[in-house]
Design a protein around this ligand. Structure first.
Ligand SMILES: [Zn+2]
Length: 301
């Protein structure tokens, strides 16, 4: 793990090749315990880190930036209540197929395994040696027990943790700002150097959310995927989303159907698709899904 600031530690190597074992996550050490910021997707990593983190203090809260499995699977392995946007809890309770944009989920649902089945599928693909841990630890889904709708401020020890609803990559996405450290966890609202899935996105709200992040005094940005960086990379990513919107709008103006747009438009050259997703699921149709979602949302305007 890397030390991002005096009291914030971040794992930002698991979301890039060759590791490809989930998303970024981190934790804040305060004078009165630890706050987790998303959790490791791979159970082996979670269990390894758990004892190391326990030495730094009791886990007071686990914060989830959004509901996607690469960010929340590890919740179970840590003590402390999960805090998230209200819609993240709702997504945990909804049928799995309705909250994921991937055909992989349909596979898991078809064989009747639900969310835990999907997690098994992912863990098996990314780190088969972790599968026995799901059984020995009696793995269960750990969902948020504290939720909010717009903003929530947690005070832990000498630290302030500001949770801000920032719809974009998903509707219930939040950003986490720790002013004393001048660090911001964006979740997948910002991915550094890699194109995330847009399958659940709210494109116009996303641009506004990124602009808001750009207006905050931040030294270190922790993206959902890709390496830690500064606000400069966030601005570049915001321009990427703006260009995706523009490209989709012109397809709509030209009278293309959603299918035609998905066939002819691609954002791949602007920002390469998530290389980890591509390594595990080549030809997963991510570009088609990304274009289709923007087409649907922008047609509603
Ligand atoms: Zn992610």
């Amino acid at each position: 793990m890397k030390q991002a600031t005096a009291n914030v530690h971040v794992e930002d190597q698991f979301s890039v090749p060759p590791k490809c074992r989930g998303s970024n996550w981190g934790f804040l050490v305060t004078s009165d315990g630890v706050v987790m910021l998303d959790t490791p997707m791979v159970p082996r990593t979670a269990v390894e880190r758990r004892s190391e983190i326990a030495r730094k203090g009791e886990v007071r809260y686990i914060i989830n930036t959004h509901h996607h499995v690469d960010h929340v699977t590890g919740n179970f392995f840590f003590p402390g209540p999960v805090v998230s946007h209200q819609s993240v809890r709702e997504a945990f309770l909804a049928p799995l197929a309705s909250v994921s944009g991937s055909e992989r989920v349909d596979e898991a649902v078809k064989i009747g395994q639900g969310t835990i089945g999907y997690i098994r599928l992912l863990v098996g693909e990314h780190d088969p040696e972790s599968l026995p841990l799901l059984d020995s630890e009696k793995y269960q889904i750990k969902m948020p027990s504290i939720t909010f709708s717009e903003r929530l401020r947690l005070y832990v020890g000498d630290h302030t943790i500001e949770l801000i609803h920032l719809p974009g990559h998903t509707e219930g996405h939040i950003g986490v700002y720790i002013p004393e450290e001048r660090v911001f966890f964006t979740g997948d609202n910002f991915c550094n150097g890699t194109q995330p899935s847009l399958a659940h996105c709210m494109p116009l709200e996303w641009v506004a959310s990124l602009k808001l992040i750009e207006s905050i005094e931040i030294d270190v940005v922790v993206p959902g995927h890709g390496e830690m960086c500064s606000l400069k990379e966030v601005a570049a990513f915001r321009r990427f989303i703006e260009t995706c919107i523009e490209m989709t709008r012109s397809a709509i103006r030209e009278g293309k159907s959603k299918e035609q747009a998905a066939e002819t438009v691609s954002f791949e050259k602007l920002y390469p698709s998530d290389r980890c997703q591509m390594a595990v699921h080549p030809g997963s149709g991510m570009q088609r899904r990304n274009v289709s979602r923007l087409y649907e949302k922008l047609s509603e305007q």
